[in-house]
Design a protein around this ligand. Structure first.
Ligand SMILES: *Cc1c(COP(=O)(O)O)cnc(C)c1O
Length: 470
């Protein structure tokens, strides 16, 4: 399996060659040269596998330059009861016949990003050790991504993590999750500023090519291919959980921001998983819903991004969306390049009326959006009717999923975080506190370890250099 760029300007690479990289040299995203197909016999055999076994079977199709036995061991080490607090890893909760929640938030940070990030941590350590190399991950976070990366990379050999977050802007629970980590390779930097300041610092550091090379600066952002690949697994798993035979179809409702989660669903479907619909849900930041309804992809300036009660979906552009458009235009890299020459300069494109846009239906995509009032109503309804408490992002998915539900086709709503992470909105909706999962009750009173710094890239560079000694 070789990987190429959506913009056509990269010589084919192997899985481990693109594992530690970010954007391709031409600014595009890495994509497999073709999608592996899963035949009927194979799909039938996969039904009875454990999560770790299934992960190995799916990932070996995308990753053929890690020895099979090693990849199997990495999957077995990642998807355990100890890490995900349940034997099933992603259990299904059935609300009523044909309506299900796929639990993706039982990992260490109680959000679905752990599903891929935990594997990525083990892959990084494995590949760096083979090469005798090391990496310093630099990132900016407003919540889930940063903590998920830290919990995946804590204590890993050959890796340090420098994570910038806006001081006093994350929820108390999210802050405690990150800042309570005492591992020597984790460095939390609270920046006096907003999330955009943090992102600007990351950009500025990466633009200093000499510093970047000397410090071996890397990233684990949502465009990382291995993250997308690892997420494919739970679409298969969810499908098997809600169907009895492979003649049946299922639909998935996916709360979406950077298009990473649902991109994995799209790929599972391209591989042959019987998916009737991929239902994309946004919050008030509806750049993706607008595209799937109208064909118009209009990236918002960050001043126009609304701060909502499902904050992990507050995005101005969807960083993985280019992967889907590459498929939509039949892999024509010249077209992708031309469309993104507009996006990258703050412009927009419109595929309405083109044969490309007609393909959207073929790919099973439908979409909708949700508001704060919708979230409150959905959280209340699911709690009242089924006695199940869902978080704000999951609520966006359930709301839009129900609007597109088809008779006779089981609907799987992706649970992307636990309610405890967004306690204020749960209190607003239900008039009570969310339940704390076992082991998290005292998190907010643990000692915290972090550095407070001005929004100054030079100061951050000095700090990194002092810690690494490079
Ligand atoms: C990251 C995140 C999302 C959005 O997922 P994408 O892969 O970016 O589309 C949704 N919900 C939660 C809780 C998240 O952390």
């Amino acid at each position: 399996m070789r990987y190429v760029s959506t913009r056509g300007g990269m010589a084919p690479q192997t899985f481990t060659q693109i594992l530690l990289g970010g954007l391709c040299p031409d600014g595009g995203l890495a994509m497999p040269e073709s999608y592996p197909r899963v035949g009927a016999a194979e799909l039938a055999a996969w039904r009875s596998l454990s999560y770790a076994e299934l992960a190995f079977e799916v990932l070996r199709k995308f990753c053929d330059d890690i020895a099979a036995a090693d990849l199997k061991a990495l999957c077995a080490k990642t998807y355990t009861r100890a890490v995900f607090r349940t034997e099933a890893i992603t259990p299904v909760k059935t609300l009523e016949p044909g309506l299900h929640i796929l639990e993706l938030s039982n990992g260490p940070t109680l959000a679905f990003k752990d599903m891929a990030m935990q594997l990525l941590g083990n892959l990084f350590e494995y590949v760096l050790e083979k090469r005798g190399d090391s990496i310093n991950i630099l990132g900016a976070t407003s919540g889930d991504t940063g903590s998920s990366a830290e919990y995946a990379l804590r204590g890993k050999r050959g890796v340090n993590v420098f994570m910038l977050s806006p001081q006093d802007k994350m929820s108390p629970f999210q802050t405690a999750q990150m800042f309570s980590l005492q591992d020597a390779n984790i460095f939390n930097i609270a920046v006096r500023g907003v999330f955009d300041d943090c992102q600007d610092i990351v950009k500025a550091v990466n633009n200093d090519a000499a510093f970047k090379a000397r410090q071996r600066i890397g990233a684990v952002n949502s465009i990382n291919w291995a993250r997308v690949a690892a997420q494919i697994v739970y679409y298969f798993r969810g499908y098997f959980a809600v169907t009895k035979s492979n003649d049946e179809q299922a639909a998935f409702a996916v709360p979406s921001g950077n298009f990473g989660n649902i991109c994995a669903g799209h790929i599972a479907r391209m591989m042959g998983l019987p998916v009737a619909r991929l239902i994309l849900a946004t919050n008030e930041n509806d750049v993706l819903d607008e595209f799937f309804r109208s064909g118009r992809y209009r990236v918002r300036p960050s001043s126009q991004v609304a701060q909502t009660s499902s904050p992990s979906m507050d995005i101005s552009k969807a960083s993985n969306f280019e992967r889907f458009v590459y498929d939509l235009v039949g892999g024509d890299t010249a077209v992708v390049k031309q469309l993104w020459s507009k996006v990258d300069t703050g412009g927009e494109f419109n595929l309405a009326g083109t044969p490309y846009f007609a393909n959207v239906k073929e790919y099973g995509f439908v979409s909708g959006s949700s508001t704060h009032a919708d979230r409150l109503a959905t959280i209340r309804r699911v709690y009242k009717d089924y006695g199940v408490m869902i978080d704000t992002h999951t609520a966006d998915g359930v709301k839009v999923g129900l609007e597109h539900r088809q008779p006779g086709i089981p609907l799987v709503c992706m649970e992307t975080a636990l309610p405890v992470k967004f306690a204020a909105t749960i209190r607003e909706a239900l008039g009570r506190d969310p339940d704390y999962p076992p082991g998290c009750e005292n998190l907010e009173s643990l000692p915290q370890r972090f550095e407070v710094m001005d929004a100054d890239a030079g100061a951050v560079k000095d700090y990194i250099a002092r810690q690494t000694g490079l």
